[in-house]
Structures are given as C-alpha cells and as structure tokens.
Ligand binder design. Structure first.
Ligand code: FAD
Length: 412
C-alpha cells in the first residue's frame, strides 16, 4: 500500500482505539483519524457496572491508552465530534459543521446504544441508563444517596448494577418480563442460579411481569407500576433492557444492515473500502457458518486487528469464539462459545451448581457449543478446544470433575 493512505475510524470506543493501534502496529505510513462523539478518550465499559461503579478503581484505570498515546503514535484523535454522513462516492465522512475528511479505507466502530423504554414517566430525571462514563458517574452518586432503586431488566447490566447497589446497602428491586434472569442466554437449567444468587443478597426479584409506568410525585420518581397491578417503591430507576447497534450512518450510506452492519469474515461491508467492527458489526463467523453480532468486550478488543489487516488489502478472517465474563457479588464467571436458545439439546453440569462452583456445557448431538465456568478459572482455552473439535464427547466423563477436562479435548 502506498504512503499517505488515509484511514478513518468512526467511533472512539474500545474497537475504534484498538483499530488505530492495530493499524499503527502494521507500520503503515498512512494518516489515521479516529473520530468519536464522546469527550473522553477511548475507555472500556465493563468497569462501569463493576469496580468503577463501586468506587473500587480510579477513573484513570478505565482508559484504553495513556493520554499521550494518540499523539505519540500519530493518530489524529478527534473527540466530541460526530460523523453525520458517509459520502461513499467522494470517499469522505461529513462531520459537525459540514467539515469533510477523506478516507481511502474506513472503519465503522460506532458501537451500540441502550434500548429506551417508551413508558409513561420514563423521562423523569431519576431514570438512568448505563453506557457512558458520565452515566456511571451519575449512577455512583445515586447509589451513594438513595435508599431504594428499581432496576428494569435482569440482563447482565441490570444484575451487575443490582450487585453494586447491594454492596452500597441500597435496597434493590429487579423487574424482568421473562420468568428468570438471563433466561434467553442461559436457559432454564442454569438461569435459576442467578435468581438464587440475587435473592440470597436480598434483591426483590419480580419475574414474569412487565412495567406499565414509572411513577412520580412532585417531580421525583416514586417507583414503578407493574402490569400485574402491583407497585414497586423506589427513589431511582435504572433501565437495562439491552442495546441496539448504531447503524444509522451505515444504513443512510446504503450499506447492508440487518441488526448490525453486515460484514464478511474479514469484517468488510458490502463496500470494499468500508469495514465494521465491535458491537455494531454482524460478522460472518467461519466456524459457526453464519453471521453473528457480538456485544462483548473481547470482540471489540480483538476484531480490530483483523479489520486492520483486511484494510491493508491482506487476507484476514476473524474466527475467535465469542467470550464474555461477569462479576456479581462473590461470583465470577466466563462464558465462551455460541448457541441460539433452541440450538442445543442438552446441558451438562460438571461440578457443584448449588455451591456455584461448576462448568456448564451446552451441547447439540453431544457436540459442545458453549461452556460457562463459574468460580473455576483457567479453563477457557480447553472449553474452546472442545467447541472447535466439533466431535461428539462422552457426556458422562464431561460431567465428571475427576476426569481432567483436557483429556476430553483434542490435543492442540
Ligand atoms: C456498563 C457496561 C458493562 C459491560 N460489561 C461487560 C462485561 O462485563 N463483559 C463483556 O464482555 N462486555 C461488557 N460490556 C460490553 C462491552 O463494553 C462492549 O461490547 C464494548 O464496549 C463494545 O465496544 P465498541 O467499541 O464496539 O462500541 P462502544 O464502546 O459503544 O464505542 C462506540 C463509540 O462510538 C461512538 N459513536 C457512535 N456513533 C458515532 C458517530 N456518528 N460519530 C462519532 N462517534 C460515534 C459512541 O458514542 C462510542 O463512543 C459492557 C457494556 C456496558 C455498557
């Protein structure tokens, strides 16, 4: 690739920052412009519902790079700047005020935004969402000052905030329309563990019921009115009902979008000069044989290296297995692999579900599709080897903790 190619990255989150780093690692001579609408330099979001929310770590620990890194690596970091349009014909992006920046290769890493709840009362000041560090700072203050919080949605973020709130001695009610927390991801065999975990920490779980209204009096939130006619009293509300990918720019530019920007295994969109990575990308996964969109830290961390290589015109494909983790109270867990709700026919538990020290495996026709280790560590590589092998396993031995897991996985 010739000198002074222009690489533009839209979105200065984890994926954007890692893409700038990966492009520089390729020792290209080109210009790299990283454009983000937030005012903070790129940071990681997982601490926003965990240690940073709980005040256990300082703000300076959440950033992807040191302050001088961008200038030091000749990356033009333009914060507080929104990209309004992609002009594919002219190979330019259009910024606030109409300024245009030319690109030879463009990466879209615009991430996702919290899904809003169009409920009566949802615009009250004490109704919170959690995506940006400023949201987290506000929520920290809420947890310091209120005595009761209602959380709508028992997904990862809702449950992690519940855990942080209990640590701050705030009374917590979690309302979830499904019959169990995390039911869609974990299924009926494993999801009850999370219900028990939170009930064991005095969280009032209201399951199988929707929210009709966020109630207020005198301008202050008083709680929730639920679909079954009951009420929840609360001084503040956190809404954690999932996120939607920020695809508007791509759609307006005529790129293929289906719940995410559709990209191939090299993270290239339907336009050969435009790529997408992170939460916003729906990428073809060679091992799974289908497109998936993954809203996890590890995906945003690792996809950019593949995108950078592909942007330089070399062969690349992203085939890492999805991976994520959570920390709630004294429970730490990692999950790797992929299955749809109806994609598995068996769940095998190895270890002690009651004591929350186990590995769960989701299988189809005795082939491992996904695994989750709870309070057991250093097994992700072995679980991934089992998944990648795609051969039937002996499920009795898989369930037996005395059989080394590595004995079940093929040699690397
Ligand atoms: C509170 C919280 C906790 C999480 N915890 C975990 C966890 O424990 N484990 C895990 O695996 N994952 C976790 N995640 C998910 C993980 O943080 C995301 O997968 C990751 O942040 C995705 O990175 P990204 O760079 O693709 O997108 P983002 O981090 O969303 O960054 C995209 C950036 O682009 C900006 N942008 C969007 N549109 C434009 C535009 N038009 N112009 C300029 N800029 C734009 C956005 O404002 C944002 O700054 C958590 C997420 C949250 C919110």
């Amino acid at each position: 690739m010739s000198a002074q190619q222009a690489f533009v990255i839209i979105g200065a989150g984890l994926a954007g920052a890692k893409a700038a780093e990966a492009l520089r690692d390729q020792e290209i001579d080109g210009r790299i412009t990283l454009i983000g609408d937030e005012t903070s330099r790129p940071y990681e979001r997982p601490p926003l519902s965990k240690d940073y929310l709980q005040g256990k770590v300082e703000r300076n620990t959440i950033f992807v790079h040191q302050p001088g890194w961008y200038a030091g690596h000749d990356v033009d970091l333009r914060l507080g700047t929104t990209v309004h349009a992609i002009d594919r014909d002219r190979h330019e992006v259009v910024l606030d005020g109409g300024e245009r920046v030319r690109y030879d290769k463009l990466l879209i890493a615009t991430g996702a935004s919290p899904r809003r709840l169009p409920l009566p009362g949802a615009n009250a000041e004490q109704v919170h969402y959690l995506r940006h560090v400023e949201d987290c700072d506000r929520l920290r203050e809420v947890l310091r000052t209120v005595s009761r919080i209602a959380i709508i949605g028992a997904g990862w973020i809702g449950l992690e905030v519940a855990s942080a709130a209990r640590a701050a001695d705030v009374a917590v009610t979690v309302v979830e329309v499904a019959s169990l927390p995390l039911l869609r991801v974990l299924g009926p065999q494993i999801a009850p563990m999370f219900a028990d975990l939170h009930r064991g920490h005095d969280v009032d779980l209201r399951l199988g019921v929707g929210v009709e209204e966020i109630t207020s009096a005198g301008g202050a939130v008083t709680g929730l009115r639920l679909a079954d006619g009951t009420a929840v009293e609360a001084d503040a509300v956190l809404v954690g009902v999932g996120a939607t990918p920020n695809t508007q720019l791509a759609a307006d530019a005529g790129l293929e979008v289906t719940d995410g920007i559709v990209v191939d295994a090299s993270l290239r969109t339907s336009d050969p000069d435009i790529f997408a990575a992170g939460d916003v990308a729906r990428a073809y996964h060679p091992l799974l044989g289908r497109h998936i969109r993954v809203e996890h830290w590890a995906n945003a961390l690792n996809q950019p290296a593949t995108a950078a290589v592909a942007m330089l015109g070399q062969d690349a494909r992203f085939d890492a297995l999805p991976y994520f983790y959570t920390d709630q109270y004294d429970l730490g867990m990692e999950y790797t692999g992929y299955t749809e709700t109806d994609g598995y026919d068996q769940v095998v538990v190895r270890g002690d579900l009651q004591r929350r020290e186990f590995i769960a495996f989701w299988l189809r026709e005795r082939r491992v599709l996904a695994g989750m280790n709870v309070n057991i560590w250093d097994v992700t590589d072995t679980i991934q080897a089992l998944i990648r092998a795609r051969t039937p396993v002996d499920t009795t031995r898989l369930a037996d903790p005395t059989v080394p897991l590595a004995d079940l996985a093929p040699a690397p």
